[in-house]
Design a protein around this ligand. Structure first.
Ligand SMILES: C[S@@+](CC[C@H](N)C(=O)[O-])C[C@H]1O[C@@H](n2cnc3c(N)ncnc32)[C@H](O)[C@@H]1O
Length: 254
């Protein structure tokens, strides 16, 4: 898929007609399974760069005491949404994260044209999201960061049932992902992905307190709905809108 090929955005094709049949079992299992895969060195280095950017941002007159607010734009692709979020949250650093060097190289070049410089609170890092989120959660639980808003705009849907375990809500990272931010917003052009994401959050929410679900957990409000962006804020959003595809949101507040 290319970002330029607006009129040929294909609908998601899947051999699933509704939410993944094994969703509940997987979400429950991962709620109680520590995720121990070692964190890749390249993501540790990228995370250190993001930490430095945040420290510099707050040392240059944007006074804040810990926890420092940070906005995340995960899977930012060519970075348009990072640019928009930086304008929406001018007082906070906004970190766009993607594993694709090709897409990130286009970031800061294609945002509303070259006449618009990258906002000073925006920063891009090349990293693996799963590892970046685990490092970010350490900062949150240590009381050093707080994440008011986490954008997950148009993640790869992995629509084949055989690939369902690669969807973020069917992966061991999901409990950590939801704990990261006060508001987590998923956008997708596949209704089932949004429904599954919201269902997985409900399942976590309803699990009784136990060894793996602490009594200190925070209640969540979870919503899932169709939406139509007036102004697309990502390359994929523009492509889907131009192809008149229905778009979906799942939002988790805690
Ligand atoms: C479908 S694109 C959407 C990009 C952008 N959010 C948009 O809406 O235009 C998904 C992006 O997520 C990135 N991505 C997928 N899995 C990732 C992972 N595990 N770590 C980092 N980036 C990832 C891909 O490189 C790609 O740029």
């Amino acid at each position: 898929m290319t970002e330029q090929n607006h009129s040929h955005a294909k609908e998601v094709l899947s051999n699933q007609e509704g939410p993944f049949k094994d969703l509940e079992r997987l979400v429950r299992k991962y709620a109680c399974t520590p995720y121990l895969r070692p964190i890749a060195d390249h993501t540790r280095r990228a995370f250190a760069d993001a930490e430095q950017f945040i420290a510099d941002f707050y040392s240059k007159g944007n006074a804040q005491s810990a926890p420092l607010p940070v906005i995340l734009d995960s899977g930012c692709g060519t970075g348009e949404s990072t640019f928009h979020l930086a304008k929406q949250f001018p007082d906070y650093p906004v970190i766009g994260i993607d594993k694709s060097a090709v897409r990130l190289n286009k970031a800061s070049k294609n945002n509303d044209g070259p006449s618009q410089p990258l906002p000073r609170n925006a920063f891009y890092v090349r990293a693996e999201l799963i590892d970046f989120w685990r490092l970010a959660l350490e900062k949150v639980t240590a009381g050093q960061w707080t994440i008011p808003y986490h954008a997950l705009y148009y993640p790869n849907p992995w629509p084949k049932q055989s690939e369902a375990g690669r969807r973020f809500h069917l992966h061991p990272i999901f409990p950590a992902l939801l704990r990261l931010a006060h508001t987590t917003e998923l956008r997708t052009n596949w209704e089932i992905y949004a429904q599954e994401f919201a269902q997985a959050a409900h399942i976590l929410q309803e699990m009784p307190v136990s060894d793996c679900i602490p009594s200190s957990r925070v209640a969540m409000t979870i919503s899932c709905e169709a939406f139509e962006p007036e102004q697309p804020i990502t390359a994929f959003e523009r492509k889907y809108k131009n192809a008149r595809q229905q778009l979906w949101l799942a939002i988790v507040h805690q």
